[in-house]
Design a protein around this ligand. Structure first.
Ligand SMILES: [Zn+2]
Length: 66
């Protein structure tokens, strides 16, 4: 039994059935994890591609209003 690093729910995962590099997802929070190592089992959260570029464009055009 593996505990989800994100929500600490039990992930129904058989250690014997996973391989390194395999992707598992938590049924509870839906987070995807990649199996980093199997001995001991270590999961790495897969960050979703963040294509949203948060460009903080300051619209305050501070010109010379003096
Ligand atoms: Zn979870």
């Amino acid at each position: 039994m593996v505990v989800c690093p994100e929500c600490e729910s039990d992930i129904d995962l058989e250690v014997d059935e996973v391989e390194e590099g395999e992707v598992v997802s938590c049924p509870e929070c839906g987070t995807d994890f990649e199996v980093v190592t199997v001995e001991p089992l270590e999961l790495s959260k897969i960050e979703e591609e963040e294509e949203e570029e948060e460009e903080e464009e300051e619209e305050s055009e501070d010109g010379d209003y003096s």
